[in-house]
Design a protein around this ligand. Structure first.
Ligand code: ADE
Length: 268
């Protein structure tokens, strides 16, 4: 059980780094005070392959459908969790994260799945753990802002929770993952399979890997003051071969990544 601060104002100005503040697990975020509660952990994968090994592992499983998303609650490795396949892309991911926080009381949201490598040292089935996330397709640059700066939040790089990233790195190393890198993950509503676009993202944001949901989940968690982690395994190199590599490696990389996530959850 944790002593959980419940914030008075859901507005942005007093929001610290993602991970500094833990949302109240039920009710609304306007209530002042503190209360004792166990944190439920939300786990989001965009595709079937990314959650398929996790859902059958749930004890005391219950299922609730909201919109087109099924939310599975229960215990995973002794911890209260809610797991969902959000669907691909930033809107699906942000909606699912918000639902997990608001409806299911998630105090931590972990995004699991695969990613395209931006860093040239990465091979399929290597792991990338976000220290921060950017939306590479977000731009108000014509108005004088740097690329990726999220209006209102006023950040390009949205932070992930450092303690969960530490746990993920440890878990990946213990599982014998060949290369484990930590840094920026870039998200956008595009499957990247073009060397020039990949280089632009890498040069502009310094990202290690690209995918289509992580930054949206981090953004939603930041707005709600909920801890977040984005843990991904490489399925392709986001280049001209990505359309062939992705179907070849995605299922294996996603299953490996789910093992990393389970180890993280077991470590809490
Ligand atoms: N997820 C896995 N590979 C990807 C890529 N190349 N672009 C976007 N998302 C991905």
């Amino acid at each position: 059980m944790l002593r959980v601060p419940v914030f008075a104002d859901p507005g942005l100005p007093n929001r610290g780094k993602c991970g500094k503040m833990i949302a109240k697990t039920t009710g609304d975020a306007h209530t002042e005070g503190t209360e004792e509660m166990a944190e439920r952990i939300g786990i989001i994968g965009a595709m079937e392959e990314e959650v398929t090994t996790l859902i059958p592992a749930l004890e005391d499983r219950a299922e609730k459908r909201i919109g087109i998303v099924n939310y599975y609650t229960g215990k995973l490795d002794g911890k209260e969790v809610v797991i969902a396949k959000s669907g691909v892309g930033k809107v699906n991911a942000a909606l699912t994260a918000a639902e997990m926080i608001r409806t299911f009381g998630a105090g931590i949201v972990i995004n699991t799945g695969v990613a395209g490598a931006l860093d040239p040292s990465l091979d399929p089935e290597d792991a990338v753990i976000a220290e921060d996330l950017v939306q590479h397709d977000y731009s108000t640059a014509p108005l004088g802002d740097p690329p990726g700066r999220v209006s209102g939040v006023d950040l390009v790089h949205i932070p992930a929770d450092p303690a969960i990233a530490d746990a993920a790195e440890k878990a990946a190393r213990e599982l014998g993952v060949k290369r484990v890198l930590r840094g920026t993950i870039a998200s956008g509503d595009q499957f990247i399979s073009d060397a020039a676009k990949k280089e632009w993202i890498r040069k502009t944001f310094g990202g290690l890997a690209c995918e289509m949901e992580g930054a949206a989940i981090a953004h939603a968690c930041y707005l709600y003051g909920v801890r977040c982690a984005v843990i991904r395994s490489i399925s392709d190199r986001a280049d001209g071969e990505a359309d062939v590599d992705f179907p070849t490696f995605a299922a294996r990389a996603a299953a490996l990544n789910a093992k990393i996530v389970r180890k993280v959850i077991a470590s809490f």
